[in-house]
Design a protein around this ligand. Structure first.
Ligand SMILES: Nc1ncnc2c1ncn2[C@@H]1O[C@H](COP(=O)(O)OP(=O)(O)OP(=O)(O)O)[C@@H](O)[C@H]1O
Length: 248
């Protein structure tokens, strides 16, 4: 059974069709990448999976639950990280993580926070107000928050945005280990093509709300005759898709 199953999903904002009839599935333990230029519809898609936005049409099933009717059972077993969501700035990092641990009914919240602080290297700033952190430190805290309940489904919007190359690499290695030990299914929206090649088993290429191509990174590289996902991305984003290349 698929962990996530999306059918004919649409989201309309006034006259803008931000997500236009997309369907995809994520299998247990699979990591799927959601790629597309600015405004392609990635954040809107993730927001609908989380139940933050109501779809205009279509259906979403996660961990066997229809998200339109029965989303709370699934949400308890999911989590997400997004650079767009600010944590309360006056609370320290530890206090923020404690609030989330209680929201998710995490047993031994202190132990879990200590574990994440070590794994994501939060010790230097764990007792500082969240407002005073650098962008990269905030990204690490957002990731710690997203893992507090050991989710079975993890939705990550730009998980390594603002991280320096060394910290970005540590976080990616850590996500790989978490996936290997937990069997978690992940959906990652990213503009970092190296990250997508490294972490994703399957990639959905979005443009103007639609999935215009998909496949494993290797399959996409060979289909477009390219050596990097960056070039595949540019082909698709600039409308030099397969049809255009075949016509050339
Ligand atoms: N609340 C809103 N009201 C109206 N239009 C919106 C709203 N949110 C998003 N949009 C529009 O929907 C489209 C998809 O936006 P979305 O944020 O999902 O794109 P994205 O792929 O996440 O982009 P980025 O890479 O820039 O984060 C864009 O045209 C955007 O302007």
């Amino acid at each position: 059974m698929n962990t996530v199953s999306v059918q004919a999903l649409c989201k309309r904002y006034g006259t803008t069709l931000a997500v236009d009839n997309i369907s995809f599935a994520i299998k247990p333990g699979q990591t799927v990448g959601l790629l597309g230029g600015n405004g392609a519809g990635k954040t809107t898609t993730i927001s609908m999976l989380l139940g933050i936005l109501a779809p205009s049409a279509g259906s979403i099933e996660i961990l066997g639950h229809d998200m339109a009717r029965d989303r709370f059972a699934a949400l308890a077993r999911m989590n997400f990280s997004s650079p767009y969501i600010a944590l309360p700035g006056r609370l320290s990092v530890r206090e923020n993580l404690t609030v989330y641990a209680h929201l998710y009914n995490v047993r031994d919240s202190r132990g879990r926070i200590a574990e994440l602080a070590t794994e994501l290297d939060l010790h230097d700033f764990i007792d500082r107000p969240a407002a005073n952190l650098s962008a990269g430190q905030k990204t690490r805290v957002a990731l710690a928050k997203s893992l507090i309940n050991r989710p079975e489904v993890l939705l990550l919007d730009e998980p390594t945005a603002s991280l320096d190359p060394d910290t970005g690499d540590l976080v990616r290695s850590w996500l790989e280990r978490y996936r290997a030990t937990s069997g978690c299914s992940m959906l990652i929206a990213s503009h970092n093509m190296a990250e997508v090649e490294r972490l994703c088993d399957h990639v959905l290429m979005m443009r103007q709300g639609r999935i215009v191509d998909e496949g494993s990174p290797d399959a996409l590289l060979s289909r477009y005759g390219r050596e990097s996902m960056e070039d595949v991305f540019l082909d698709i984003a600039r409308g030099r898709g397969l049809a255009a290349r075949e016509d050339a």
